[in-house]
Design a protein around this ligand. Sequence first.
Ligand SMILES: *[C@@H]1O[C@H](CO)[C@@H](O)[C@H](O)[C@H]1NC(C)=O
Ligand SMILES: *[C@@H]1O[C@H](CO)[C@@H](O)[C@H](O)[C@H]1NC(C)=O
Length: 218
Amino acid sequence: MLFFALFCLGVIIDDYNSDDGASWPEPARRAKVPLEAHIMSKCPDAKDCLHDLILPAMQNVSDMVDFTLSYVGESTPYDGVKCMHGQTECLGNMIELCAAHLYPDPKIYLGFTMCLTRDYAEIPKRELVQDCALEHSISMEALNDCLNAEDGGKAVEMLRESFNRTADAGVTKSCTVRLNGEIRCVRDGGKWKECEGGHSPEELVSEIQELAATGLWS
Ligand SMILES: *[C@@H]1O[C@H](CO)[C@@H](O)[C@H](O)[C@H]1NC(C)=O
Ligand SMILES: *[C@@H]1O[C@H](CO)[C@@H](O)[C@H](O)[C@H]1NC(C)=O
């Protein structure tokens, strides 16, 4: 257990100037409850978190939620990126960010990301990416263009922005779920932690429904 705890714990201390990275139109944004999951593409805790909590909850309340998927890792000097599970994880993160960029509907890019995460050890093998893209009607060509844009600079920039967003939120662990800006639940070392309101999707769903009904989100 301790092994996994260390495995997915990123330590990032810095000040950042974060762009909020969201691309929802203003009116839709105002009406929705912010929900965010901070993950790493090759982290087993991210797999459990997406599979057991985020996806089942989103299936029922995606229309009430302004969802963001962010990444845990480090922006390094000279436009670099560093990931807990190595550069292949950074590439996996960029593939997922490109999918989200190209297909902003969470149903599509979350499904695709879950598909990759199910076989996280195989990330970023082309065959896996191809299978998942096919399963979620994502164009491999568009994905490739996104990854290669500006000699790969654009995808790295998106990943750096995402890392900065996570760091700005004070989040260091994959997977951390934040609801309405507050930590709602953490999946770490194969265990749920800091889940005061419970870690079942049903509990998360009713909390989101309550927030949406009362409009008490920030
Ligand atoms: C991310 O943070 C680093 C360190 O503060 C900063 O140098 C960089 O410009 C930021 N990048 C983005 C894309 O916001
Ligand atoms: C989603 O809605 C269905 C039908 O109302 C319900 O049976 C199910 O328990 C709900 N799931 C969650 C996670 O709330």
